[in-house]
Ligand binder design. Structure first.
Ligand code: DHB
Ligand code: FE
Length: 280
C-alpha cells in the first residue's frame, strides 16, 4: 500500500530559484537562508520519497483569469518548466506519476472534491522553487511529482478548512493505492507578504511564528481563521499560507516537528520551512 511518509511546508519565492540557478547561494544575502534549509535537505534526501505531491498556486503561467479552477491536479507523465518572463528556468523536466495521479483524482472526486484534471501544464516557480530547495541542482529530479494547484489568486479562494479536509482526502486516496509507494506532500507559499498596493512590503513575523506553532499542534483550531484575518495580518499574498493546510491535513492530527526554520526577509516575504512526520 502507498503511504504518506512526510510533510514539508516551504515558501516558494522566485528569487530563491534565481539564486540557485545563478550560483549566488554563498553570497551574504543568501548564505543564511541556504545554511538554514540544509537540515531539511538532508532529511528529505534520507527519506527519499518516490513521489512528492506539491501543492502550489500557479502564478498565471498555466492558467489565466479566463478559467479559474479552485483545485487542479496534474496527471501528465511530464511537466515542463514555465516561461515566467525571463525564459524557462534551466531545471530538469518534472516527471509525473500518471497512474497514481489518476487514482488520487478518482478517489478525491468520489470523496466529493471536484478536481479539475489537467493533462498538460507548464509548472512555474510555485512548484520548481520548492524542488530546488529540497534537491538543489540535480541532472534529474530524484522523485516523481504530482502537481496540485490551488486558486489563491482570485477571490473567492477556498477556505483553509476546505484545504485541510482536502488533505485528509488525499491521505485516504494515497492509502488506498495498492503499490508500495512512499509519498511526501509539500505545501508551498507564504509566509506573510504583500506584493502590491498601499501595504506592499508588509511582513508580520509574530503572526507567522504563532501560526507555525498552531499549524503543528492545533490545526483543528487554526483552520477556522478567516481569510480577512490572513489579509489583515499576513498581507494579500499571505493568503498562500492556506495551501499548507492541504499538507497538514494529509498527516495525522499529532505530528512530530522534525525541523523548522524562518528567515526574514527573503525578497518580499518572511521565509518559512516546516518538516513534519507522523508520530506513529
Ligand atoms: C515573491 C513571493 C511569492 O510567493 C511569489 O509568488 C512571487 C514573489 C517575492 O517575495 O518576491
Ligand atoms: Fe507566491
Amino acid at each position: 500500500m502507498a503511504k504518506i511518509i512526510a510533510g514539508l511546508g516551504t515558501s516558494h519565492v522566485p528569487a530563491i530559484g534565481a539564486a540557485i540557478d545563478h550560483e549566488k547561494t554563498q553570497e551574504s544575502y543568501w548564505k543564511p537562508l541556504f545554511e538554514g534549509i540544509q537540515p531539511a535537505r538532508q532529511w528529505i534526501n534520507e527519506l527519499k520519497p518516490d513521489v512528492c505531491i506539491i501543492v502550489y498556486n500557479d502564478h498565471a503561467s498555466a492558467f489565466s483569469l479566463e478559467a479559474i479552477s479552485t483545485f487542479a491536479i496534474g496527471v501528465a507523465p511530464e511537466f515542463l518548466p514555465a516561461d515566467e518572463g525571463y525564459g524557462p528556468r534551466k531545471v530538469p523536466a518534472v516527471k509525473g506519476n500518471s497512474k497514481l495521479a489518476w487514482h488520487i483524482a478518482e478517489s478525491l472526486i468520489k470523496d466529493e472534491f471536484d478536481m479539475t484534471i489537467v493533462n498538460e501544464m507548464p509548472v512555474d516557480h510555485g512548484l520548481t522553487v520548492p524542488l530546488s530547495l529540497m534537491y538543489d541542482k540535480p541532472d534529474v529530479w530524484p522523485c516523481e511529482v504530482i502537481p496540485l494547484c490551488v486558486n489563491v489568486i482570485q477571490y473567492p479562494q477556498p477556505t483553509a478548512n476546505r484545504c485541510y479536509n482536502l488533505g485528509k482526502s488525499i491521505c485516504r486516496a494515497v492509502e488506498s493505492y495498492p503499490e508500495a509507494i512512499r509519498v511526501a506532500i509539500v505545501g508551498t507559499g507564504g509566509l506573510s507578504h504583500q506584493l502590491q498596493g498601499e501595504r506592499a512590503g508588509l511582513i508580520n513575523s509574530d503572526f507567522d511564528e504563532n501560526w507555525l506553532d498552531d499549524l503543528v499542534s492545533k490545526p483543528e483550531e487554526l483552520k477556522n481563521v478567516s481569510h480577512t484575518e490572513y489579509l489583515r495580518e499576513a498581507g494579500s499574498e499571505g493568503i498562500e499560507m492556506i495551501m499548507w493546510f492541504i499538507m497538514r491535513g494529509a498527516l495525522d492530527e499529532r505530528v512530530k516537528q522534525v525541523y523548522r526554520f524562518t528567515h526574514c526577509p527573503v525578497s518580499n516575504t518572511n521565509y518559512g520551512l516546516l518538516a513534519l512526520e507522523n508520530e506513529s
